[in-house]
Write a protein that binds this ligand. Sequence first.
Ligand code: PLP
Length: 890
Amino acid sequence: MKAIRRFTVRPVLPEPLRPLSELARNLRWSWHAETRDLFQSADPEHWASCGGDPVRLLGCVPPARLAELAADRRFLRRLTAAADDLRDYLTGERWYQTQPAGLPAGIAYFSPEFGITAALPQYSGGLGILAGDHLKAASDLGVPLIGVGLLYRHGYFRQSLSRDGWQQEHYPVLDPNELPVTQLREADGSPARVSLALPRGKALHARIWLAQVGRIPLLMLDSDVEENDLGERQVTDRLYGGGSEHRLLQEMLLGIGGVRAVRTYCRLTGHPGPEVFHTNEGHAGFLGLERIAELDDQGLDFDAALEAVRAGTVFTTHTPVPAGIDRFDRELVARHFGPDAELPRIDVERVLGLGMETHPGGEPNLFNMAVMGLRLAQRANGVSLLHGQVSREMFAGLWPGFGPEEVPITSVTNGVHAPTWVAPEVFRLGARQIGAQRAEDALSVGGSDRWDSVADIPDEDIWELRRELREQLVGEVRHRVAAAWRQRGAGPAELGWVDGVLDPEVLTIGFARRVPSYKRLTLMLRDRDRLMDLLLHPERPVQIVVAGKAHPADDGGKRLIQELVRFADDPRVRHRIVFLPDYGMAMAQKLYHGCDVWLNNPLRPLEACGTSGMKAALNGCLNLSVLDGWWDEWYQSDFGWAIPTADGGAPLPATVGEEADHRDEVEAAALYELLERRIAPRFYERGRAGLPDRWIEMVRRTLTLLGPKVLAGRMVREYVERLYTPAAHAHRALDASAARELAAWKARVRAGWHEVSVDHVETSCPPAERTGRSASTATAELGATLGLRVRVGLGSLGPEDVQVQAVSGRVDEEDRITDASVAALKPAGAPDADGRWVYEGPLSLDRTGPYGYTVRILPDHRLLASPAELGLVTVPPQDAGGDGAGVLLR
Ligand SMILES: *Cc1c(COP(=O)(O)O)cnc(C)c1O
């Protein structure tokens, strides 16, 4: 029978056990093993059946057991210790509090997904897990962050397989009352609400859930409230589900509603409010519009408000894959903004102007959330060195006239939250070496000095650890394979073979991630005979654990999964290769712990960073990967192996067609080769003590040298130092009058820029010989200094509005300056009778070989974060006279 209504009956904890409720509600338990151990010992059986979720556990411990615990003095002592520890963690001074003054008083961090724990399944993949790790590391460091997201009624989806290996999606209902969240309430106890205006007089209301992530509050908006019509109730139904309008409404709720939720939270708690807003990918970009509207209410016009908002905004782009960036039809966006919809006082054309792809190469009718993100943020970054470079090229059209190297997008390489991802066994081994407190600090705060003594751990301990973790993984895999087959309709009599799946002594390779085509799930199947030989090698076999979800609308991805599943179903190899359905955080943790080699074979450079290999590395797993994302940056031969890339030189590779096919062929062959000739022999070779010495040495180096780099603590410190703090300073500098001044200045500079010109360039010590090339060519000696003299026209602008620069360096075949160094020239006296200004400065020839220089004029203002910010630059015309610009010295 189906119930007509559903309640959650909350347990009443006996007085001495009250602290359990506080411990369950703060998600710090998800990265604090001692707290989890305490919950487990309260009721081991229910702990397992509740999937290790303390809130659910407290809902199912029988009253008799609670009474028993309330009288158990040993348990109560541990409970008190855990509660005290949490209080210390929440109130003590941490890294942020020891920094020099001037750091932001608050930072709001917006993300469409957050992966904090399997008990709060509000993520689909890397972006969400990264956001979760960002919050946790911010908590460990004491950074005053507020997280902002949505609470999806079904989360992402749960994956299972049909008998023939086709992905099945399930959308279980998540009742917020059974999740580790509490509702944000007004002082009078009524639920706090935010509302958005929709076209045709409708409205979208949402309540605000609060998840406490250590020291960090995470606000999650939920539209499933009775005041909403049915359609609006479903706005927060699924992560990345639905059509365009659905997505737009989700993103409006996240961005606009999110700012309103932050304001509500600050009003209710006395929080000073964020000085910096960080948007994790473009989905939350509308937050900037809401803040412009807030300033409009305070009397700033759009342009001045835009400047003030930009100053305090940080935008992180996460992918060069077009499908990863939301784009909406112009009309759809126009309909949802304006007089009878949201932000009525902002002109719709101004809204559209922020996101339209008006740049060269753009689709003029599409509104692009990444483009808006870049226009609304004065500071932007990619997520690895390589991805920073790729992003600068990809978005260079937004800064016309500037080479990619000058596009103002920097990079902060992602990191992972070690206390979440490191196996307790690894932590204990480290703690034995350096003490528990130092081990905890080393993992959360970082600082490589703390890691050095890990190098002294004896070989046999490292190998024993790896074996233990592999064995645990084998047990876990068998359990999951049996469950998966039962779900696929197999009876117990058919499943005897499952006890022989994987072998704790065999080299174990992990491959788990979402299944977009660029990640190439099935690259390993390219030559099936060769793979089979590797799996079934008589002395040096390998075994492979694979997992991953395809987006529900991606049939191509589902076909790849099916191909892999069918291969793994083959009785000849099914003991050596498995596909585990329903990849998620709970499974991921086990996988990273137990694998020996973590495989990653994306199409370079489409993996912006990748983080699973970092999590594996923290457990002593070696990486085998294409040199993409973070691995391109930190690969060393003692940390693993690089799969060579056969890229055709195109900036963004094709994922289908002949070229892609050839590339797969070459890279798959390299993968087999590495496994067969390098990796398996090293794993199975035995030294004098009967141990694989060289393998163990690689594990040791991975832990001690790579470990400190990949930490989320390192990443969050970089965000604080390189982005949040400068943004907070810029935000403070841009009070209302400075914002008006900057906006007026930009308008004046834009309007007058067409009159800016470089009229004449000459060098005081003309190079000796000339040949008849396009630009003048000459020779000069190393160490010589030329005097540059440039005549420029500034029209209505003055020297205080611009910088005139000499740009010089090595030149390539096409006379392009590479490796440029830039020097400002100085105005020499007043303008001449024609109103022309002369600028002068030295140019030292500090490099041999082909060398060139040019001059350029850029806007200059103390409140700009980058000289490219306005996308305005003037260079000499071809016939600038004198020696000409771009003089070449050979
Ligand atoms: C870390 C993680 C990811 C991201 O892995 P990539 O290497 O970035 O693809 C995805 N899903 C889960 C569950 C993870 O833990």
